[in-house]
Design a protein around this ligand. Sequence first.
Ligand SMILES: C[S@@+](CC[C@H](N)C(=O)[O-])C[C@H]1O[C@@H](n2cnc3c(N)ncnc32)[C@H](O)[C@@H]1O
Length: 306
Amino acid sequence: MLALYRSQSDACVNFQTGWSRATSRDKQTAVPDLVQIDDPDDPRLADYRQVRERDLVGREGRFIAEGLVVLEKLIQARRHPLRSVLVAEKRAAALAPLLAGLDAGVEVYCAGQAVMDAVVGFPIHRGVLAVGTRAESDLASLLAGLPAQALVVGLVGIANHDNMGGLFRNAAAFGADAVLIDDGCCDPLYRKAIRVSVGAALTTAFARAGSAGALVEALAGAGFDLIALSPGGDTDLAAVTPGRRTAVLFGAEGPGLPLEVLAKCRTARIAMAGDFDSLNVATTSGIVLHHLAAALRRRWPPGALS
Ligand SMILES: C[S@@+](CC[C@H](N)C(=O)[O-])C[C@H]1O[C@@H](n2cnc3c(N)ncnc32)[C@H](O)[C@@H]1O
């Protein structure tokens, strides 16, 4: 076992030469022990084996996160518990401050680049992977926990992981309180969706709502003003004013939102040049959430709610 220490003013880590060294200059924060792994067949790395193949068959209640920024978000948000982290030897020193934020009991494995590549099944340049356990909210408790002023994203039939990642990224960037997905949506915790979301899929509350109809009913029942986005929407987005509880609904590339959903909502459009068909759904969400978040701040500035 190897031990790393982080000092507040001096990242005192030295992977090559003796670990349990800590400078006496200032306050120390212990970093978890690193477990050195030299054998690609080591069973402790089972969660990291053949990552791409495992993407296809699923991870039985777990997910895999890649890269420093995503891991930072995962650790800070504490929404989904971490099981273990795998770091490349060459990145271990630089990662010490981050690893100091891990909860006790999270295993941190360390391997040379060749071992890591062999385990994962492809050259893994990011130098850090983590495995977590899904802690998804159920719909009722998610809705019950939302504040009096809330902005929620509802997704119907989003089957593409890049779009799912982009939608979560925008939801987080513009302060949406939660994302609801219908049963036609792909998994926001699929590896690629997490990566494209830059970790937002791990930090944003989300719940599965069942059918598109059930999603709409649940939001309406919780007092949400429903705005469905469609290129043929009735109102130009610029003229849309949100209610205190607003949900914005987005549909899939190709079919868009089902007619039954559109019929139960106010509909809004982003005007486009000429007779252009539509925008990408994630791009649409960025424009819409930017507009609505700003409008909400204007109508109910932070602190205005009692
Ligand atoms: C590629 S579009 C689907 C296009 C489909 N032909 C339709 O009519 O909805 C995917 C989703 O992005 C959103 N979207 C795309 N362009 C939009 C626009 N100009 N105005 C409002 N929503 C738009 C809608 O939510 C739509 O369901």
